[in-house]
Design a protein around this ligand. Sequence first.
Ligand code: PMP
Length: 442
Amino acid sequence: MNEISIPRPNNLDAYWMPFSNNRAFKQNPMMLARAKGMFYYTPEGREVIDGTAGLWCCNAGHGRTEITEAIQKQAAVMDYAPTFNMGHPIAFEAAARVAEMTPDGMDRVFFTNSGSESDDTALKIALAYQKAKGQSSRVRLIGRERGYHGVGFGGMSVGGIGGNRRQFGGQLPYVDHLPHTHGLKENFFAKGMPEHGAFLADKLEDLVALHGADTIAAVMVEPVSGSTGVLVPPVGYLKRLREICTKHGILLIFDEVITGFSRIGAPFGCERLEVIPDMITMAKGLTNAAVPMGAVAVMNEVYDTVVNNSPAGIELFHGYTYSGHPLAAAAAIASVDIHQKEDLAGRVRDIEPYWEQAAHSLKDAPNVVDIRNFGLIAGIELSSRPGAPGARAMDILRSCFDDGLLVRVTGDIIALSPPLIIEKPHVDRIFNTLGDALRKAA
Ligand code: PMP
């Protein structure tokens, strides 16, 4: 128990919680009131180890004073400045610092406020790029089944999660999907990248044959799908996608909202995976989630094409009131500083073998049907209870929370993605608590 307690709210009705079972929540609310380093604390002060870095976002650990102080300092200097045809110094500095982390030749950064906005922004840039190249017929966007690209109409349409789409009627037209890469039995319990499945990238050739390359603007995928259950790309798969995109003049967009900011052992995942896309979308770790911010980094050629080939006037008719917000820019600079000074990507690579071994130690735990891992991510897939998909994992989440561990669930998959400052005893605590919960539930 920690001595500081924070009162629970009296009114649980006013706040409509996102992506939540609002009715169930009110019966037995799980709440977090404070956070520091690797830990959250409940309103009563009970310690909960953070197995998920918030939502894959507090990569440098909670409550980093470098970041909170940078935000406070900037708030006192200038709270806000308008964004259209008007600049403020810290946004330029933040863009240049983000570009230090992206691959060579990808030095142009467009700021947004979230992953969803970044994904929709990247899709719009792709369309503007093709148009600026004189290829106005390239309006088709290709995503992937089980892809998650946020909740805007662009990302939702290009994404491939039924539950996110079904409630909302029509989707964007001119969208198609590649198959996901998961489910090959020979890949079950693979450590790191699975061996089999590169051939699934060739489905893009089938879509090109179906629609015609001259109708396709871009392909968007997550290098490692996170929120749909940790789907690690098969060896050679992304390279093949890159080759097909290049061959047909299709832009390749990596949604690195999760894999960016050192999560899989490189500043951006593409470097570890040795496949460089034309654009990267990011959010989360960008500011360590201390304030909202997202961004799209684009290859210089993409920027130059849009900016130099557009008629006089505004080149990209897109942006947000809060693009490059001064407080978020300050947080981003402080976050980049931490990633560089503490070599968080190197830390991930150092601890990854230990993490991998600990994750796979649950292989024989009750109801476990698959385990997947890459960088500091792990997915533990459980068999579903007949007629109640997701219920088993939700029970495990609750049990872990009661025992002092925060996990995330998606369907019947338990996803883990701790802060990158994690040490071996934390790894032990996470997997011991989870293993106990699985055994107790059986
Ligand atoms: N893309 C990916 C890969 C994500 O994981 C997420 C969020 N989990 C998003 C986009 C959307 O980000 P946001 O919730 O900030 O809009």
